[in-house]
Design a protein around this ligand. Structure first.
Ligand code: FES
Length: 115
């Protein structure tokens, strides 16, 4: 049986701990079992994306947010921060969930076997 599955990954136990990971930069990269994720700060907002540009596969380290788009540093293509769409391509985006237990990255993926 196949279906979409959603899984949460703990990123930090508090907002302070989470923001500390960025240091002086506007981004923070973290590896998960499914791949590398880049968290990008834009003033009070933080977004999460797959750390691989859909254009030519560059890492997004050094990217920035401009007019509701994350801009790849290599060729400056922009992708919508909410749905990852841009220039006829799609960048994977991940919701960030905050609750009493901490900060979580949420990932939805397709599963053939229900797991
Ligand atoms: S590799 Fe990102 S815009 Fe070209």
């Amino acid at each position: 049986m196949f279906s979409d599955k959603t899984r949460k990954y703990l990123v930090a136990e508090s907002r302070e701990e989470f923001l500390k990971k960025f240091g002086e930069r506007n981004f923070h990269v973290e590896k998960f079992m499914f791949g590398e994720v880049i968290f990008v700060r834009d003033e009070n907002d933080v977004y999460a994306f797959e750390n691989k540009c859909p254009h030519q596969g560059a890492k997004l380290d050094g990217c920035w947010i401009e007019k509701n788009k994350v801009v790849c540093p290599l060729h400056q293509y922009g992708f919508n921060v909410e749905n990852g769409r841009g220039n006829g391509m799609h960048l994977e985006t991940y919701p960030i969930i905050e609750n009493k237990e901490g900060i979580y990255l949420e990932r939805t993926y397709f599963s053939w076997f229900g797991e």
